[in-house]
Write a protein that binds this ligand. Sequence first.
Ligand code: DCB
Length: 523
Amino acid sequence: MKRTGALFLAVFLLLSTLVLPGRAVDFPDVTPGSWYEAPVTALADAGALTGFPDGTFRPGATISWAEYVTIIARQAGLTTVPTSTSHWAAGYLQAALNAGWYDWDELPPDNVSGWDAPISRQLAVKVVMKALLPDARGNYSDWQPRISDFSALNGRYYDVTFAAYAAGVAQGDDRGQFRPAASLTRAEACALIHRAAQKANAAGGSDPVPVPTAPVESPVPSPAATVTGGVSKHGWLHVEGTQLTGEKGEAVALHGMSSHGLQWYGQYASKEAMAATAAYGANVYRVAMYTAEGGYLSDKSLADKAFAAVDAAIENDLYVILDWHILSDGNPQSNQEQAVEFFDRASKRYAQVPNVLYEICNEPNGGVTWTGNVKPYAQAVIPVIRANSPQSVILVGSPTWSQDLHQVQKSPLDFGNVMYTLHFYAGTHGQWLRDRVDAALKAGLPVFVSEWGTSRADGSGGVFLTESAQWLDFLDSRGISWCNWSLCDKGETSAALRPGAPSSGPWSEEQLSESGKFVFSRF
Ligand code: DCB
């Protein structure tokens, strides 16, 4: 009896996934004439969704990650890949991850219970756009003002959200809200996916889009015979006017790589990896010590990794930036005590060492202001560093992921040897941000680009080498220092190395990504 039951169920499930061409699947709980009837029917007819074993669709139920990604994967014709996980959607989820529809820190592959949890709207939009309309674009100035709860949107999803609005795939509710962190119902998800599928069909693969492509040849310079590095040449740095300056009064611009998160890609912060960048002409390395996201706050031993990386840079005669990498913890004040403690320890350890620059807050974001949050934080942390290491140069971020120099300008800090960081991603930030840099310089703010990428602001997309070259020419003409995000082999376009590249350089041309070749040629 039990067996027959199981067999019956198996046959039933099999039948329920088989869709006869041209025949609409009738779900008893899909209301005829409702706003979601057409999308649900179309996706069911296309074989992208099957409903539940009892024949229902459950339009009002919240959709999970697994359900959502599976529908899109079927719609897009993605082939499952074998995995060792027994979850029913594992093959599709792994394939979607491999295809870059989402990132492993958004849905960890080892957190199977998360697969059955609701997917948020911002992630739902990301997945459907990456899968069906990867080339769509929308811009900040058009769409930011039309999203009434824009401040709730995680910056990682700006680009993809603007693209979805511009393509007519995403739309706000009747109050203009996107509600990025909320879940979606199964009916809403189908409507979203169906709209994207229609747009994708309309685009029809017919147009070989004449994208203004970047220069294809990215010259790989041969590593210099002698590595001169920087510190033995320029000694202790200081700031004169807006210019970073060496011991003998010479203008200095630092160029080099930033690590990715040490908790994930610490192996690329090796002495050999840094030496390889120095051989291409780099004279600085940035050590990105995340605070949240599995970083220092939850694992204090990350400080030792960071110090080991700083030591490796010193051995390479490189300047080195010790970066308190706040990101999802957008307000630096939330962990000010830990920052004070960390920088006290670090600046005691490196008190006599001219190599080290301190970056006290990577990217404040999420509704913080300069005068209300970042400035008071800096006023608390800087004196602690100065007490131990009076000469060191200190880098300070600003709101909106270190883009808001115009706020800083109205109320700069009263300390010498401080520079303000400006971060940009060439596929997202253009002339308007360069104009902001010029205005800041004019107002007397020393600017340091401690992080920039050849990709869009989420670390992927592109690469945008033409735009990157424009930015670097701009920085060069103003003597501004920079570090590129990032020296690692993650499968994202901003990474300088291709997946699988060894942690110790030098790397072959095949092991460098498009971005890596370009950036190394610009040291
Ligand atoms: C910055 C962060 C940096 C982030 C890069 C690219 O964030 F400082 O940590 O790196 O820019 O987004 C990315 C990695 C991913 C990783 C992710 C989360 O490349 O592999 O999964 O961090 O740890 C920015 C910069 C600018 C903007 C938004 C972000 N912006 N952001 O202008 O909207 O949301 O992360």
